[in-house]
Write a protein that binds this ligand. Structure first.
Ligand SMILES: Cc1cc2nc3c(=O)[nH]c(=O)nc-3n(C[C@H](O)[C@H](O)[C@H](O)COP(=O)(O)O)c2cc1C
Length: 289
């Protein structure tokens, strides 16, 4: 399996006369270039792609059982463009054999973190709310999709509240070993930066990212339909990564560096969070002192 360094395969084609040919670089995935060329005329659209394997067409016997859970941060429910884009990604994953799951985080009424530090001490949050529903469904998945609209150059408030509540899952690396990607829609600006941010959040959680996609449909109602094939392909690629478990040295190094910072908490809590401590020992992330 060919493993690449991160490749930013860009298709920011707002000019209908722009073929995008100048964007092709040696080693970049032809399939994305072709998609970008064919699909995105007039739509600001970017695929950030880590995974250069061909689009998967594995038979169900070859693919192992897998589940992909998407967390959508738009409060607009069925009207959400981000949600629609995520549904394309999940449809592609389902075609590749994955069981799929979508969580509308705004429906779960998650309370903002108050920095009481209860979770950092004993792993439990003082708020018995919808967070645990999302956490359990994410924990049950092999692949995670984080998705948000851009709100003033960042994720939506609903998504940010949820991310803050994941702080203890980050410290203890509860989702390590999973694969993920990020999806963003925006009116005009901030899409790529928010994809980068969400992928960084996934890395904090110990999740290896295979890429992401931001779409700026502006006022064009058909823009999302035009990127549907690329979104489905991203979903198929996520399923393929779960099946083949590629490693990316740059992300592995980043996640190892993150674990160095979290290790002192895991050590300090070892007498009352023994399960977490022993898991870190088993994983080789810390050594017995
Ligand atoms: C509070 C708020 C802030 C927004 N901030 C930005 C922004 O900074 N830049 C931008 O281009 N679009 C911004 N938008 C537009 C949304 O990102 C865009 O409409 C997005 O596609 C909505 O996704 P949704 O349909 O999934 O909710 C903002 C929208 C709202 C409601």
């Amino acid at each position: 399996m060919a493993i690449s360094p991160t490749v930013h395969c860009t298709g920011l084609f707002t000019n209908p006369n722009d073929s995008g040919d100048h964007l092709h670089r040696p080693g970049s995935p032809t399939i994305f270039h072709t998609f970008a060329h064919r699909l995105t005329k007039g739509t600001a659209f970017q695929v950030l792609n880590n995974y250069l394997a061909p689009s998967p067409t594995l038979s169900p016997e070859v693919m192992r059982r897998m589940k992909i859970t998407a967390v959508v941060g738009s409060p607009r429910g069925a009207r959400s463009r981000t949600r629609k884009l995520v549904q394309f990604v999940l449809a592609g994953a389902e075609e590749a054999g994955a069981e799929i799951d979508l969580i509308d985080i705004a429906d779960l009424q998650i309370t903002p973190c108050t920095a009481c530090e209860s979770c950092s001490l004993d792993g439990t949050c003082i708020f018995p709310d919808g967070y645990s529903i999302a956490y359990d469904r994410m924990q049950d998945a092999d692949g995670l999709v984080l998705a948000s609209p851009v709100y003033v150059d960042n994720v939506s408030g609903q998504m940010k509240v949820f991310i803050d509540r994941l702080a203890d899952a980050m410290r203890y690396q509860d989702f390590a070993g999973k694969y993920g990607c990020s999806i963003v829609t925006t009116r005009v600006s901030g899409g790529d930066a928010v994809v980068d941010y969400l992928n960084r959040v996934l890395n904090y959680l110990g999740v290896t990212t295979i890429g992401g996609m931001s779409v700026a449909p502006d006022s064009d109602p058909e823009a999302l339909d035009r990127v549907e094939p690329a979104a489905r392909d991203l979903g198929r690629r996520l399923a393929l990564a779960i099946n083949e478990q590629p490693r990316y040295p740059d992300q592995d190094a980043r996640m190892a560096e993150n674990r160095k910072h979290f290790a002192h908490i895991v050590r300090a809590n070892r007498d009352w969070r023994t399960d977490g401590y022993e898991r870190w020992l088993r994983e080789g992330w810390i050594k017995e002192e």
